[in-house]
Design a protein around this ligand. Structure first.
Ligand code: SAM
Length: 281
């Protein structure tokens, strides 16, 4: 199925009682594996109900078909989910991997171990990859950085490893913050001292200024934060935004302008883009 529909279809599958969904890349198309806990004899009924539900939601694209319907006996989901995680080259030089699959990297490359847990940011999503690209491009060395919506902490870890003087990470989700703490310790060791982690939003750092601010957050959640982000940015600082769909590009540029920021550079992949921005001169 087309990649841009996969997230919506996965969400719809969970609404129909799926206990697990796994996406496999195949160029512009993706293959979706959907799991249900049910007696073996119910496979056909489940298939039919799911296709009916997806069609009603306008999420059964022309030409979509069930490739295989198999029955697996008793899957231990506490262990089974692990097989879905593989090391991902999020950029040309940054690989994100689960702790149980270590990766050896060459000089100039970076491996970040992320315990997938409940937080977003395992490296597989375009928005994380594009945020990492923007971070690599921007000069973060010796800078004071802020990571809004840190999730797994993956962007903060990259910032510290790239030489940021200090990184403050915030996220409104307390579960996520615990996961970020674990990932900071595992990846940064003693350098965790160069980080701060808060449960909350940008108001946690009210009155502080930063050289680099990164936020990988959906645009409708990001919009109300833009004035505070602009206010927290040093005059020569750079704000990096990701989690943006290309179809939202024009509108997002207008929102940035309203906050006194203008786009300096963009990166894109599939339907997603990230950008760096600076205060109007
Ligand atoms: N930074 C990680 C990455 O790049 O993969 C995770 C990004 S995830 C798409 C967005 C995160 O932003 C979520 O963990 C969510 O809880 C958090 N979030 C949403 N709104 C927020 C807000 N107003 N302030 C702080 N965090 C927020």
């Amino acid at each position: 199925m087309p990649r841009n529909l996969a997230d919506d279809i996965a969400a719809e599958c969970f609404d129909h009682g799926s206990c697990g969904v796994h996406t496999e890349d195949s160029g512009a198309q993706v293959r979706l594996n959907v799991y249900f806990e049910a007696p073996a004899g119910e496979l056909q009924t489940l298939n039919a109900a799911l296709i009916k539900g997806l069609s009603a939601a306008g999420l059964w694209p022309d030409g979509a078909r069930v490739l295989r319907g198999d029955v697996e006996l008793e899957r231990d989901w506490n262990e089974a989910w692990k097989e879905f995680y593989r090391p991902v080259w999020a950029t040309e030089s940054i690989v994100v991997h689960p702790p149980w699959l270590p990766v050896t990297v060459a000089a100039g490359q970076m491996a970040i171990a992320i315990d997938p847990a409940m937080a977003f940011g395992t490296g597989g999503h375009e928005s994380t990859q594009l945020a990492l690209q923007a971070i690599e491009y921007s000069d973060c060395c010796g800078r004071r950085c802020l990571d809004i919506g840190t999730g797994s902490g993956v962007l903060s870890i990259a910032l510290v490893r790239l030489g940021a003087q200090h990184v403050t990470a915030v996220d409104i989700d307390p579960v996520v913050v615990d996961n970020a703490k674990t990932n900071f310790r595992a990846n940064l060791g003693a350098e965790t001292a160069r980080t701060r982690l808060f449960t909350g939003g940008i108001d946690c750092v009210h009155g502080e200024w930063f050289d680099v601010i990164v936020a990988n957050i959906e645009s409708h959640l990001l919009r109300p934060l833009l004035p505070a982000i602009a206010a927290a940015l040093r005059p020569d600082g750079v704000a990096l935004f990701s989690g943006l769909l290309e179809s939202e590009g024009e509108r997002f540029t207008e929102w940035l302008a309203d906050a006194g920021l203008s786009v300096a550079k963009t990166w894109s992949k599939n339907n997603w883009f990230s950008c760096s921005s600076r205060a109007h001169s």
